[in-house]
Design a protein around this ligand. Structure first.
Ligand code: TUI
Length: 309
């Protein structure tokens, strides 16, 4: 299946794994890349030297292209920006901010740069700054989100820029993949379905919560202070939303979420942890290998396109 993105990144299938903090470490990233997609190390809030180790581990396991996602709110983002160059990473995606100041250094080193954007303005700005492609991420996604849905954002970004667009948010099967292609996307980015992949190191308790989730089981916290985060409803989100409604300060709310993603991913604390997941969680019903996930999505999509002819 050839698209502008498979050509740009030299990958077999136009499927990119979300760069999820704590979740997207080298086991998952290498499995996705080995299966023909683009695996990503999610730097999240990790120190730069940890990211360097993760990059080296991926390279021990696979010689296929693999990338790093840099979450720009990370205080070590600048150091990580240098690490990816030093380690010869082929692709960088960025999230939760504007990567403009790193762009020249990356381009000079031949790194393919794919910022995640949540608006047309940001997509245009990234194209002007030299981005090779953008991920247009709708608010159906898990984690830190923008305001628009995938259905509305993707075609508007496709119309606004000449570089290839990758659709993200609410895509979890061959139907979503086909729909994204119809909206003009050259590839999809998938997060939640890979959280429950067999190769994902995420705690069983967290995986079970995603598998059990219904369509309406995610909540968005942090809307009041401009950092909306989609996650599965639990005791933590109930307390958070109650405090938020009562007008709690940013600092007070931060206390509740400090280290909460690690708690969920590593310790399996599904009561106090942050269970980031997209609206697609209701459709994710089993643990499969990355290879099975990608093959199933591609086969389903090809079947759909053939049945339309
Ligand atoms: O970055 C994400 N998703 C994330 S980051 C993350 S780590 C985290 N952990 C705990 C609390 C909060 C965050 C979890 N999920 N997706 C990509 C994304 N980027 N979505 C939206 C954006 C975005 C938003 C604003 C990109 C650019 C932007 O521009 C603002 C500016 O600087 O102009």
């Amino acid at each position: 299946m050839k698209t502008k993105i498979t050509e740009l990144l030299d990958i077999k299938y136009p499927v990119i794994q979300g760069g999820m903090a704590w979740v997207a470490e080298y086991h998952l990233a290498s499995a996705v890349s080995e299966a023909g997609g683009l695996g990503l190390i999610g730097a999240g809030g990790a120190p730069a030297e940890f990211v360097r180790e993760q990059i080296r581990k991926v390279k021990e396991v696979t010689d296929k292209p693999c990338g790093v996602n840099i979450m720009l709110m990370n205080p070590e983002a600048e150091k990580i920006a240098r690490v990816v160059v030093e380690e010869g990473v082929q692709v960088v995606t960025t999230g939760a901010g504007n990567p403009g100041k790193y762009m020249a250094e990356w381009k000079e080193a031949g790194v393919k740069v794919i910022p995640v954007v949540a608006s047309v303005a940001m997509a245009k700005m990234m194209e002007r700054a030299g981005a090779d492609a953008v991920v247009a991420e709708g608010m159906e996604s898990g984690g830190h989100i923008g305001q628009l849905t995938t259905m509305t954002l993707v075609p508007q970004v496709v119309d606004a820029v000449k570089i290839p667009v990758i659709a993200a948010g609410g895509i979890g099967d061959g139907r979503g993949f086909a729909a994204a292609r119809m909206l003009g996307a050259e590839a999809v980015q998938i997060g939640t379905r890979f959280v429950v992949a067999k190769e994902s190191i995420v705690h069983e308790n967290y995986k079970k919560k995603i598998i059990a989730a219904r369509d309406i089981d995610s909540e968005v916290t942090g809307m009041s202070h401009g950092h909306p985060v989609r996650q599965l409803r639990n005791q933590m989100t109930r307390e958070y939303l109650k405090l938020e409604k009562e007008g709690a300060s940013f600092e007070e709310l931060e206390q509740l979420t400090l280290g909460a993603l690690r708690k969920a991913v590593v310790e399996g604390d599904i009561v106090h942890g942050t269970l980031m997941a997209g609206q697609i969680a209701g459709m994710v019903n089993k643990e499969q290998t990355c290879e099975e996930i990608i093959q199933e999505i591609i086969t389903e999509c090809e079947g759909l396109f053939q049945s339309m002819m």
